[in-house]
Design a binder for this molecule. Structure first.
Ligand SMILES: *[C@@H]1O[C@H](CO)[C@@H](O)[C@H](O)[C@H]1NC(C)=O
Ligand SMILES: *[C@@H]1O[C@H](CO)[C@@H](O)[C@H](O)[C@H]1NC(C)=O
Ligand SMILES: *[C@@H]1O[C@H](CO)[C@@H](O)[C@H](O)[C@H]1NC(C)=O
Length: 497
């Protein structure tokens, strides 16, 4: 037995402080962070997913190989040793499958009136007869399986799947040895029904459990950090356990975009947001302004908004001093021949993001320097100033990716310094810069952002008719998905419903 000793005043105070910070720490650990991204799968999505799943399971079962097994059956004085080998499933049918959400737990999947035909080779040994062998056909019908998968979040923020419950019943099982004439064969087929039935009863749920464990191990290997492009990565880890309701499941993902190689948390946190009342899509993806803000910060830190328009680019985009004729004649006049104009844009803070009910605005603030390349290849500085470019983010979805491209809406410029006096014509300089940004700078930024944010990372799956709806502080993408079978070509299971 020992006592907590409260020592002299100072020590006690220190302990109290330690306790206090310990408590605070635990409390803050318990507070779940708001997600930057949300995923909702509806009953319609689950139905489609389970239909695809059963289809894939059917294909997998038809390809599956099973280990051979041996046994011994004795009837009266006759002992029969047998070996069953080359077991394969020739046909399988799941006419009635249903999937539903089990609130608080996960997903239940049941298959009724399933049937299967299995064939195998048999070999046997009795002291009565010499060795013999042949084929065997097992017909199973009225198979019922109901499984419940529990979904949760593991300590690393990955989705975890566990077999929570498995029930199985087989209505009828018939065994036929394919040399039916002799009494021993028909006699034996009757005797083999029991061990095969027992084997299935004992092993099918175990087998499913094993397969679910493999799947879970696969999920554990899943990268929660996904590379977007050379500049940024997204953290897709779960911030809380999946929330399962009667009509849907919600997954809350961290949804932070980091510059590659630096995982400093952004100096802002996600605000809570909810999905609107359910529509009729399979899948809903919620993208918070936090996500877009962290992306803006990551790309800013990676230098994506620092753009230098080189001589080559200036030539490509036709950016030259002759252009100034329409904007700032003083500049145009000082160049006898048209010289390429170089631009250096340096963002001085992360572009500010605002998501409103009808648009996404990114405001880029920075300074710009303008040069001309003289005929003798000397680069001549002309002017520099601060600018704020208001751009509208045009959001599109292409190949499971959310792509943001910027459109310049407005530009404000303040001149800091110039070799010529045109301070009276700032609005004309602004017009020139608007032209240059619209035609050269923004396309370069859009090209860098062009890889897009991966929304869904499922092989052979495409989003069908995704719709983006903007809200205050977040946007919601509602979509159906379509699975394209690898071998069977474009088998549109969706159209069968
Ligand atoms: C290039 O031309 C400019 C203007 O004509 C002149 O001031 C400058 O000295 C020249 N530079 C070189 C390296 O010849
Ligand atoms: C220009 O931008 C810099 C950096 O953001 C800032 O320190 C400076 O005050 C600005 N100057 C003017 C004239 O706006
Ligand atoms: C948005 O981007 C799409 C695809 O690149 C394009 O077709 C569309 O015209 C753009 N919208 C606007 C307003 O520019």
């Amino acid at each position: 037995m020992w006592y907590l000793q409260i020592g002299p005043c100072g020590k006690g105070e220190k302990m109290l402080k330690t306790w206090y910070s310990f408590l605070l720490c635990c409390l803050s650990l318990r507070l779940e962070a708001n997600p930057g991204l949300k995923v909702r799968i509806t009953q319609k999505g689950l139905d489609y997913g389970s239909r695809i799943g059963m289809e894939l399971l059917k294909q997998a079962l038809l390809k599956e190989t099973f280990p051979s097994w041996s046994g011994q059956e004795s009837f009266s004085v006759v002992k029969v040793n047998y070996v069953i080998s080359r077991l394969r499933i020739n046909a399988v049918d799941f006419p009635e499958t249903s999937a539903s959400f089990i609130p608080g737990t996960g997903v239940s999947l049941s298959v009724a009136h399933a049937s299967a035909t299995i064939s195998a080779d048999w070999r046997m040994n009795t002291w009565l007869l010499s060795k013999d062998q042949g084929g065997i056909t097992v017909s199973i019908s009225g198979l019922f399986i109901a499984v419940i998968f529990k979904v949760s979040r593991d300590s690393t923020g990955r989705l975890s799947i566990l077999l929570h419950n498995c029930q199985l019943s087989i209505n009828s099982l018939k065994v036929k040895l394919n040399r039916g004439s002799s009494w021993i064969y028909s006699f034996l087929s009757g005797y083999l029904e029991k061990p095969i039935h027992t084997k299935l009863d004992k092993n099918l749920c175990l087998n499913i459990k094993y397969k679910v464990q493999l799947m879970d191990a696969q999920l554990k290997k899943h990268k929660v950090l996904s590379q977007i492009d050379a500049f940024a990565q997204i953290d897709y880890s779960l911030v809380s356990s999946p929330a399962v309701f009667k009509s849907h499941i919600n997954l809350d993902l961290k949804g932070t975009v980091y510059p590659v190689g630096s995982h400093t948390e952004p100096p802002f946190v996600p605000a809570p947001f909810d999905f609107p009342n359910q529509g009729d899509s399979m899948l809903y993806l919620g993208v918070s302004s936090y996500f877009i803000k962290s992306a803006s910060l990551a790309y800013y830190r990676a230098g994506v908004f620092n753009i230098a328009i080189s001589k080559e680019l200036a030539t490509t985009f036709n950016l030259n001093t002759a252009l100034f004729k329409d904007f700032v004649p003083e500049i145009a006049l000082s160049y006898v021949t048209a010289c390429p104009v170089l631009l250096k844009l340096m963002a001085t803070s992360p572009p500010a993001v605002s998501l409103n009910a009808d648009r996404c605005i990114l405001q880029i603030t920075g300074c710009v320097e303008v040069f001309a390349v003289l005929p003798n290849s000397t680069t001549q500085y002309i002017f520099r100033g601060n600018l704020t470019a208001s751009t509208r983010g045009n959001l599109t979805i292409t190949k499971q990716k959310l792509i943001i491209s910027l459109l310049l809406k407005r530009l404000q410029f303040s001149l800091l310094h110039s070799i010529l006096d045109f301070s009276e014509q700032i609005s004309l300089v602004e017009s020139f810069l608007s032209y240059a940004l619209r035609n050269a700078v923004i396309p370069v930024i859009n090209d860098k952002l062009g890889k897009g944010f991966p929304l869904l990372n499922l092989a052979h799956t495409t989003l069908t008719r995704p719709v983006i709806r903007m809200n205050q502080g977040h946007l919601v993408i509602s979509t159906d998905v379509h699975y394209k079978h690898e071998e069977a070509g474009d088998e549109d299971l969706h159209s069968h419903s």
